[in-house]
Every structure is written in C-alpha cells, then in structure tokens.
Design a binder for this molecule. Structure first.
Ligand SMILES: Cc1ncc(COP(=O)(O)O)c(C=O)c1O
Ligand SMILES: N[C@@H](CCCC[NH3+])C(=O)O
Length: 439
C-alpha cells in the first residue's frame, strides 16, 4: 500500500488524511465522499514554484483547472501564487467567483463561443489561447468592438505522439486542437495575427498529452516550436515573449506508474529552450506550463460504502460500492487503474481478490478489477486513492445519481467545500409537462 501526502493509518487501523480520521468523515458527511489533502496540493504548488525559481527563469505555472475546479480550489491556487488555465465560460465564472486575479487567467478551448470570448475580454483575462482561425476572427471582432487589444497565444500541434492513452493525446497532427505546425496552418495563423488590430501575439502554446512519464516529448515539442520561431523571426521579425509547453506531467496511480520528478521535466525543457534561444539570438522567453493532474491527482481520495456482493463461481467476485462511473468515469473512459484499501481496517489481512463495481446501470461501470482485499462487507468503507484529478470535474448524474460532496482537510481541520447534491438539485432545472399538452 502506497500512502500519498499526509495519509496515515491511525491506532484504530483507520485511514487518516490531513490528521482527520476518514471514517469519522464518512459518519458526518456520508458516502461517496471526495477528500482532498490540502497540504499535498500546497506542496505540489511550491515544488513547481521552487523549480523555476531555482533555475532563475521567468515563468508562470498555470494550474489547469479542468482537473478540479471549485471556488475553494481556485482560492487555494490564488493563495499559492499560481496562474490559472480555464477552458470554458463555466471555469472562468468559477475563477471570477473565487476572486482570482484576472490578469493571471489564461483562457483555452477549441470552440469558444462569441459569448465566452466576450466574457473573457470584458473581464480582461491575462491571455487567450487561440485554437483556430474561426476563433481568431471572432476575437478580433470582439476586441475591436470593445476597443482593446487582446493578448493571445497561438496553440500549435507539433505533431508529437506522446506515450499515453489515445484519448488523452493532444499534440499529434490528427487532433481537434490547435494549428498544425507541420502543415502550414501555424504559419498562416501567425501572418493573420500580425495583420489584425484586435490581438497581440504574446507567443505560442502546445500541449502534447496527459499522464506522460518522459521528457522526450516535451523536449521535442520545444525543438519543433523553435524551428518555426526561426522562420517567423526571418519572415516577420517576430520574437515571442512567452512559450507555453502545456501540462501532462504523469503521476503515480498504481505501482505500475513511475513518474519522474517535476524538476526533471522542467530542467530538461529549459535546457532545450536555452539552446534554441541562444541559436536564434533572442532572450529566453517566459516559460509557462499548465499542470492539472500533477497538482491535485494524488491529493484526492474517494470514500465509498461497500454494499452488495455477487459471486460468479470459479470466475470472479464482485463487490459493489455506492458510487462508480458517476464520480469517477476514468476507468470506463480510459481503462484507468487505481489502488484502494478498506479505510476502516487498513491493516487487516488480504483474504480475497475482488472486482469493484459501481452502482450505475452499465456493465462498464467497474472501478477496479482484481483488487486484493480483506473480505469486505457492508460495514466497510473503501478508499480509492489518487482520484483528485478528473474525478469530481468529470462527475455526472447518469441514472440521476447526485454528485458527492468535497471535503478539504488540512492540519487536523476539515472543511466542506462542495455540498452533496440532493434529489431536489437533480430535478431543479426540470420543467413539468404542461397540463394541457395532450389537447
Ligand atoms: C491545454 C491543456 N493544458 C493543460 C492540461 C492539463 O493536463 P494534465 O492534467 O495532464 O497536467 C490539459 C489536459 O490534458 C490541456 O489540454
Ligand atoms: N480527463 C483526462 C485528461 C484530460 C485531457 C485534457 N486535455 C483524464 O482524466 O485523464
């Protein structure tokens, strides 16, 4: 068993996070329950900050809020002095509600609407990461309407296939994101931007994928981007202020994962950038990165109550919990793997291998296959580790199941930061049929 951050096992054999007994939390708040180790999030943020500070590089670490966005989380990001990446009006709204400094917000998305772009411009967000020609036209129009010049980055796809699950790859040429670097789209985009009055080109951005365990892809991406920057310097005398290399740093979900330290990614990227900046005879651009998963992934643990069992003789034993693909869709979507323990008797001996089923009406709603556990019964609480990224943020109400609450724990104190959804919440937006509809 691998315990992340402040997770411990206390004298009663219960899992404890941030100095709080998780079983006490389940008694108070019920299950399923997302619990976040705030000290671990702060540690991750500090690690990113310190890494750049040590290298003496001007940088912005923008937390990719798609990984986990709530008002409290965004406030925590603010406290830690990071910047913020948002990808929709909703994420932007959450950031504004949290009082996040607008100049440190970067707005992403491959199909931002007119309204979303106007919202971003009205609030004067720090930068818009432009994904395509349609957006560029809209943005120029809206900026001119508001008589502003909007700072932008162009998102480019460098044609790199990072080693990760196909659905979370983003930098390959055949992708819905960004301007192709190799097919001439990025060149046309730069020419277009430089001719527009409503936007100013801060630099370029790329994101090669997620849950990546090697530096090669990042280094290659930087190299390819500089190849183009050389052309643009020659053609337009264009010199970037910012180079954004996206997120994607891998974390340990199970013992099969072996992440490298953040400092190693950053150092190798910077080394490459410095070489190319010197070749081009330009200052090293400000480096921006966008970690999501590596900021919050291992800080989150989900607690579930064990319920029914089904034994299929000679094949498999299923143990069902009171959540599943509603609160964590990643196993169903990406065959993602997780580790888990019985939080109320962590040290009990392993007695069987079971598969953990969710409660949705869907055969694919399986959380963990072949998990060694003590014989679990309905008095038990299952703690699934490393659910902090893309768990709550991708949660859904399939089968009209309410989404769980979120608790922050730190220094033996707990705080409810998202309430449990109720059945009233579930029908809140429903409009009953008109009484006379059949007439
Ligand atoms: C543009 C962009 N930036 C940052 C991220 C965050 O990635 P991760 O959570 O893997 O760090 C993503 C998601 O993959 C992304 O698409
Ligand atoms: N949601 C994905 C990764 C994010 C992809 C965003 N570009 C996951 O859970 O792994």
């Amino acid at each position: 068993m691998y315990l992340h951050g402040t997770s411990r096992v206390n004298k009663q054999g219960h899992l404890e996070i941030g100095g709080i007994d998780t079983i006490e939390l389940t008694k108070k708040y019920g299950t399923p329950l997302y619990v976040y180790d705030v000290a671990l999030i702060r540690e991750r943020a500090k690690n990113f900050r310190d890494t750049f500070a040590k290298l003496g590089i001007k940088a912005q670490v923008a937390y990719a809020s798609k990984a986990f966005s709530t008002v409290a989380m965004i406030q925590l990001v603010e406290e830690e002095g990071l910047s913020l990446d948002v990808v929709s009006g909703g994420e932007l709204y959450t950031a504004l509600q949290a009082g996040f400094p607008v100049e440190r917000i970067h707005f992403h998305g491959n199909n931002k609407s007119y309204e979303e772009l106007e919202m971003a411009i009205k609030h004067q967000v720090g930068c818009i990461v432009v994904d395509n020609f349609y957006e560029l036209t809209l943005l120029d129009e809206i900026s001119n309407k508001h008589q502003v010049q909007t700072p932008i980055l162009l998102r480019v796809t460098p044609g790199i296939e990072a080693h990760t699950h196909d659905y979370i790859l983003t930098g390959q040429e055949d992708s819905k994101f960004g301007f192709g670097l190799e097919n001439g789209q990025a060149d046309t985009a730069v020419e277009t931007v430089l001719s527009l009055s409503g936007v100013s080109l801060l630099g370029i951005h790329c994101h090669i994928g997620s849950q990546i365990f090697e530096t090669t892809g990042f280094v290659l991406a930087a190299k390819k981007m500089f190849g183009k920057l050389k052309d643009w310097k020659q053609a337009h005398n264009y010199i970037p202020e910012v180079l954004n290399l996206g997120g994607g740093f891998g974390i340990r979900y199970t013992k099969e994962d072996d992440p490298i330290p953040v400092a190693q990614y950053v150092e190798e990227i910077i080394r490459e950038v410095k070489i190319h900046a010197a070749e081009l005879n330009i200052d090293v651009p400000e480096i921006w990165i966008e970690p999501g998963r590596s900021m919050v992934g291992d800080a989150g643990t989900t607690l579930y109550s064990v319920g029914s069992r089904k034994e299929v003789p000679n094949i498999r034993n299923y143990v069902a919990i009171d959540g599943g693909m509603n609160d964590n869709i990643r196993p169903a979507l990406y065959q993602a793997k997780y580790e888990a323990v019985l939080a109320n008797r962590v040290y009990d001996e392993v007695e069987e291998t079971v598969s953990i089923a969710g409660k949705c009406c869907e055969s694919g709603d399986m959380l963990i296959w072949d998990l060694p556990l003590p014989k679990a019964n309905s008095a038990d609480v299952l703690a699934v580790f490393c659910t902090g990224a893309y768990g709550y943020s991708m949660a859904n109400n399939y089968n009209r199941i309410p989404r769980p609450p979120v608790i922050f724990v730190e220094n033996s104190e707990e705080q409810l930061v998202v309430k449990r959804e109720s059945y009233e919440d579930i029908v809140r937006l429903d409009v009953p049929l008109k009484a006379n509809v059949k007439k």
